[in-house]
Every structure is written in C-alpha cells, then in structure tokens.
Design a protein around this ligand. Sequence first.
Ligand code: PLP
Ligand code: COI
Length: 366
Amino acid sequence: MATIADAGLTFTTSAHPAPTSAQTRSDVLANPGFGTNFTDHMVTIEWTEGRGWHDAVIGPRQPIALDPAASVLHYAQEIFEGLKAYKQADGAIALFRPEANAARFNLSAQRLAMPELPEALFVEAIERLVALDRDWIPEGEGSSLYLRPFMIATEAFLGVRPAKQYKFIVIASPAGNYFKSGAPAVSIWVSDYTRAAPGGTGAAKCGGNYAASLVPQAEAIARGHDQVVFLDAAEHKWIEELGGMNLYFVFEDGTLLTPALTGTILPGITRDSLLALAREEGLNVEEGRYSLDQWREDAASGKLVETFACGTAAVVTPVGRVAGRDGEFTIGTGGPGQLTGKLKSRLVAIQRGEAPDSHGWIRKIG
Ligand code: PLP
Ligand code: COI
C-alpha cells in the first residue's frame, strides 16, 4: 500500500483535544447528508510572497481568524476543489484521481492570480487529513468522505491587486447523496441567467462562479426543480452545464455527447473519467455543441433517449425532466436510463475497488 506522499514540507500535527464522541460520530455516519457535518481536523498551509508555502499544520478543525480587510472578503480571491475518499470493498481507503484535482486547482489559481500549490503537497495534505480522520468515512452505498481543499487571500489590503498572503485549507465532510429528494431522476430548469462568459472564469473553480449561480439555482428550486442548467452567454442557445455538474446526452444509436470544454465550462474529472470509460465500452463519444432547441426536438422524436448529470458530489444522476420559459419536456421515460446506469456502475465499481483500476485512478491511503 502506498505511503503518504512526501512533498518536502514538514507537517506539524496536533490531535483534537476533545474529539467527537464515537456515538455522535456513528449517528452522523448513519445519515451523513451532504455538507453539514465535518470531521475533527483540518489542514492549513500558509503562503507569503518571497517565502512561498510554509507552516503546514494538521490540527483541530476550528474557526479561522481573518483581518476584516483580508482581500478574500472584498474581491473574492478564492478557489476550491471537491473530491472524495472511499472505503473500498477490502477495507482500504482510496482517493479518486486526487492528482487531477491538484492540477485543476492550479489552473484555477492561475486564473485568479493566486500562487500555485505543488501537486504533491496538495495530495499529501489531503492524504494526511483522511488518514487522521479515517474513522469518519461512511460505508453505506453512495456514501464517502467529501474533501474540500480551498485557498483564500488573507492579506489585509484594500487595493485591487493580487494579494501577497494566502491560506490553503482542507476540511472533510462525511457525505451521502447530494440530492435530498432521492428521486430516481432529477428535474432541471433552463436559466435565463448566464453562468460564464467567454474570457471569464467559467473554467475555474472559484467561489464567485457559485455566488453568481445562487439566484438562478434558487429560481429552479422555487419552480419545483432540482438544479439549474445554463446556456452559453453569447447566443443563449448552446447547453453548457448545471450549477455544479457537467452534462451528457445519450442518443438512440448509442452515441454519447457532452458539451466541449470551450473555456466557459468546468472541466469535470467525472466527465473526463466517463469519457474514458465510455470509449472503453466501444461507444461513440463526442465532445461538441448541442442546442436547447435540438435537445427538445430530439427528446420528442425519441432520437435522444437519456441525459445525465455528473460530478464528484452528484456522481452520475439521471435527468428526467427539463423546463424553461418555452415549456417543458421529458427525457425518455422520465426515469433513469440504461446506459446512464451502466456507466455509473462502472465508475462506482472502480471507486469502491470492486473493479480493476486499469487507468491508475485510485490512490490508496495506507
Ligand atoms: N461543473 C461544475 C460547475 C462543478 O461545480 C462541478 C463539481 O465539481 C462539476 C462540473 C463536476 O466536476 P467534477 O467531476 O470534477 O466534480
Ligand atoms: C463537487 O461536485 O465537488 C462540487 O463542487 C459541486 C458542488 C455543487 C458541491
């Protein structure tokens, strides 16, 4: 079993003096929900101009002190990632493609004028936290430990320029299904708002993108849907992605289509993994453009048989119904599609260690 990566920075570790009781923890793990419960520890690493990354600490999870002038509070210099640790069939603990999250984190850092974090340090920080909080990984189907690495600008300075001080933090949260409804397929609302424009930050995982998606997402919920889908900013015609997931379309001849990464879409790691798995299945997979009008027409004619959303939090989630200003349409039977189910099973089996990891996606934590 691999040992924890050593990125060359010494981590100071201090165990929580009063950790959560075993009873409370097991109550949480029995019904983890999403994003509301947290483990006992966190990682923090500081960055200062001229000094680089320093003071790597893994210690009790606690509030962070910030100067009220810290740039993140004013100009939103913040980026984050999301990935999961799984309890595998043989009891081992595994991360899924953490190196891919590390690489995407650095692309986000570049776009937000923030310092890059060596990929090995990103992975080591996560591995150390998961190893220390290993008793917090729920084991039920669809459950895992969700890891949230993020970076904020901490310099107290109100001028508009990249900060000279940052904090990288990792927290962990036991997670079950992302969608509370538990419905077999979700319903999505086509927003009139746009998420990302050409030249903007759509391909970066920065908090600002999500702040801008809250009103459209709330509108979707108010209208009785689970998620919002965004169209492109220029023509308001081409399907891009959901507030927190990528999309795939499945056609009657077995072809799969996912919107191409044009710079306004987040390059999802689940999306990328499914591209590889579908190609292995011998399916014809295309990255391209697909319009809302075509989607509606193809759903009505039966040419389009399935649509699914994919992402770390949502895994693979069938889309059954789509609604927008111009009316509503159902996809296939409105329930989960066959190919959607098959691809989800293949992905989850690899994540759970129940199928061979021929791509080297699994990183076990000893
Ligand atoms: N698109 C958006 C906007 C997201 O927030 C996410 C979630 O991270 C995704 C797509 C899916 O990305 P991934 O599969 O890497 O989780
Ligand atoms: C993830 O899937 O990790 C995300 O960041 C999506 C977010 C909406 C929870």
